[in-house]
Design a protein around this ligand. Structure first.
Ligand SMILES: Nc1ncnc2c1ncn2[C@@H]1O[C@H](COP(=O)(O)OP(=O)(O)OP(=O)(O)O)[C@@H](O)[C@H]1O
Ligand SMILES: [Mg+2]
Length: 334
């Protein structure tokens, strides 16, 4: 569908169309559409600074537009009004591929509306877990999925369709359909990676069944482009903006976001024998759940190192032709 047709369809039918807010001039509306910003949700996910940069509309006007979008989303029940009583709701989950791994995140697996960071050394299984999740999300709810599609931003050129087909075979899914339910974007630079996320936000209205966004890896390109101490502050600022947009993406579209992260050589925040994840405090604050993967002989260990309400825990897993599977813990683990 062309962008113009999509826009016409949206304005006539979609309660989230930017056409539903009054107070935007036609000129500004045109500017938003030419930057592929069609929905109120997209405005909130991007935030005023990004919208201004993408459209050349003055920042003050963008703040006003985003404020109006926020009010509409409050009316539509997508975001809560300020100072209301907190509501308990059971979040959708995506199985990590086995009961043992699901137990790491309190049972039932990956949380939607949150960022989960998977970090670890090369070969620890990060990409394999991401591939498995892309298949698991497609299963129906009774089998641990959400009957959904996945978006995959590949920054390391390690996405492998063959792995998806073998995991789909093992999990009882049609292999062609499994591939077709994954929308892949390859990013070659951090700027491209940021554009991929903006594009992802634009297309969420067209593909309402997307339930998972993967970025493998989220830090690699920033790490490669900003070398040395003097570049660190700028890198961290850009990474922080990117992570904030991802956080809003997960909450506004109610999807699970999984990012992988590399590790540093010298352990700082994670003292002990293990190297710490790249990105320092930026990554620590942005990720709601952090899982460290390690190779341990012929097995691997997944450890939940950070969660706002779950205790630290570790489980064993293996990588096989059908993806990742939890296995009983050998003693001792360390
Ligand atoms: N079909 C398969 N069956 C069993 N093991 C596999 C299969 N495919 C890949 N692996 C194993 O997965 C491991 C690589 O895992 P993965 O690519 O997820 O690492 P990673 O943590 O993403 O590393 P990097 O940081 O370098 O990207 C290798 O040990 C490889 O043998
Ligand atoms: Mg990898």
């Amino acid at each position: 569908m062309s962008l113009t047709n999509f826009w016409l369809l949206m304005t006539s039918k979609d309660p989230f169309s930017i056409d539903t807010i009054t107070g935007i001039t036609n000129k500004d509306k045109k500017g938003l559409i030419s930057a592929e910003i069609y929905s109120l949700k997209d405005l909130i996910v991007r935030g005023a600074i990004n919208v201004s940069e993408a459209t050349n509309i003055p920042l003050d006007t963008c703040k006003k537009i985003c404020g109006l979008a926020r009010i509409r989303l409050e009316e539509l029940g997508i975001v809560s009004r300020p100072f209301m009583n907190p509501m308990y709701k059971e979040l959708d989950r995506i199985s990590l591929g086995s009961e043992t791994l699901n137990a790491l995140l309190g049972g039932r697996g990956l949380h939607t509306e949150a960022i989960t960071e998977i970090f670890g050394e090369s070969n620890s299984g990060k990409t394999q877990l991401c591939h498995t999740l892309c298949v698991m999300v497609q299963l129906d709810k009774h089998n641990g999925g959400l009957a959904g599609k996945a978006l995959y931003i590949d920054t390391e050129s390690t996405f492998t369709p063959e792995r998806i087909t073998s995991i789909a075979d093992a999990r009882g899914l049609d292999r062609t359909q499994a591939i077709n339910n994954i929308l892949l974007a390859k990013a070659m630079s951090s700027t491209e990676q940021e554009h991929c996320l903006e594009r992802a936000s634009s297309i969420m209205n067209q593909h309402k069944v997307i339930k998972l966004l993967v970025i493998d890896s989220v830090t690699g390109l920033y790490r490669g482009e900003y070398i040395g101490r003097t570049a660190l502050s700028e890198r961290q600022q850009r990474l922080y903006r990117h992570m904030l947009m991802l956080k809003r993406f997960s909450e506004i579209y109610r999807v699970a976001v999984v990012v992988t992260n590399q590790v540093n050589q010298s352990p700082k925040e994670f003292p002990g024998p293990f190297p710490g994840p790249v990105g320092g405090n930026v990554m620590a604050h942005a990720s709601k759940y952090r899982i460290r993967l390690r190779q341990f002989g012929d097995r691997r260990i997944a450890a939940l190192t950070h969660s706002p309400y779950l205790p630290e825990k570790q489980v064993c897993f293996i990588i096989s032709v059908g993806g990742v599977y939890g296995v009983p813990n050998p003693e001792p683990l360390e």
